[in-house]
Design a protein around this ligand. Sequence first.
Ligand code: AMP
Ligand code: GLY
Length: 412
Amino acid sequence: MRVLVIGGGAREHAIAYKLSQSPSLTKLFCAPGNAGIADLAECVDIKPEETDRLLDFALENKIDLTIVGPEAALVLGLVDKFQQNGLRIFGPNKKAAQLEGSKVFSKNFMQKYKIPTARYRTYSSFETAVADLQYFDLPIVIKVDGLAAGKGVIIAQSRQEAIEVIYDIISDKKFGSAGNTIVIEEFLQGREVSVLAFVDGNTMTPMVSAQDYKRALEGDKGLNTGGMGAVSPAFYYTSEAEETVALEIINKTMAALIAEGLNYKGVLYFGIMLTSEGPKVLEFNVRFGDPETEVILPRLKSDLLELFNLVVEGKLDTTEIEWSQETAVCVVMTSGGYPEEYQVGCEINGIEEAKEYAGTRFADGSLETAGGRVLVMSALGADANAARSKVYTSIGKISFQNQQFRTDIALK
Ligand code: AMP
Ligand code: GLY
C-alpha cells in the first residue's frame, strides 16, 4: 500500500515508525513531515491546511490510504474532500470533527446523551455571562468555543479574573471568531487520564491508557504546554475506573455517534478526569494525542496499517488488538523559555539516541531546533522506572543550547 501521513510532529513520527513495520507498506509519504520522519518516509512540502494541494498530491501519487494527524485539517473537512474523490482516508468527517472544533457542540452532545461531564452553560454575550458568574463556585473554568491551539481553556481563581477573561474573549476578540461563544463550567478535581479509541463507524475499541504531563515545570507547576512528557499506562487508572469508562463513556459515546448519524471513523481521544463521583469527560479530541501517541504506539503489537484499514472498512469488530504489558515513558525536550519566548536555530548534538523528533529541521547538514517542543525521547521498560532510566540516559547524550526538560516525568 502507498500511504500518506499528514502532519509533522513527534506524533506523526511515531505513526510513521509503526507503519514502517507493516509488511503491507510499499511506500510512505509524509506531508510536511520533519527531519526524523525523513528517515522513514518521503517528506512532501505541503501543510495540513492546504487541503486542495493534499488532494491533488494523493490523486497524482495513487495513495491507497491517508492518515490525518492534526485536528485543523479534519475541522476544515479534509476527510470529506478525499472521500468525495474516492480516496480512502483515516479520520472523522467535518461534522464529526466538531467534537473537537467546537466546545459548545461537544458539551451539548455529552449533555444530550448523558455522558458524564462538568456542568456548564454557554454564552455569546459579555453581560449575560458576567451576570451568571454568581452561580459558579471558584475556581471557574472558561473555554473558548473554537480551536485555540491549546490556549482556549482558562481557569479563573476569582470572579474579577473571570470577568476580565470573558471581556478579553467576547468583547476584545482575543481569540478572534473562535471566541464568539464561550463555555463556562464547573471545576473538576482529580487525576487526569487520556483514553484514546479506534472508531470504525459502529465499533469503538479503546487503546491502552496514557497520562500527559501538561505543565512546564517539575511538580506540575508553571504554564500549560502542549505536553512535556507522558506515561502509558496511566498510574491512577484502576481496572474499576476502566470498567466505568467503558460503560459510561465509551459505550454511550459510540451509541451517541450512531444516533447523531456522524459516521465517525478514526481515533477519538477522551480527556478524562477521575473525580470522587467517577470519571468525567473534560474534552474530546478527534485525533491521536501528542505526546500520548509516543507512549501508546510503542506498546502496540498489532499491525497499525491493518488496524487503519479495518477502521476505514468498518471491520474493527473482526480483530483483537494486542498490546505489550510493558510501560512506556516519553520526555519532551524543549527550547529554553517554552511555552513563552524561545530561540530557534540551535544546533542539536548527539541525536543518534533520539527515538522521536518534533519541530526539527536540517540546515547545512546539521540538525537545528525549529520550535518550542524539539525532541521527544520514548522508551519501553518492565516498569516506569526501567523506562524512565532509558529515556533519561538517552537525553543525557543529546545537547542543544538552552535545552529544557522535566526530570520528574513518570515519577509517581
Ligand atoms: P481541554 O482543552 O478542555 O482539555 O482543557 C485543557 C486542560 O484544562 C485539561 O486537560 C484540564 O487540565 C483543564 N480543564 C479543562 N476543563 C476542566 C474542568 N472542568 N475542571 C478542571 N480542569 C479542567
Ligand atoms: N496531549 C493533549 C493533546 O494531544 O491534545
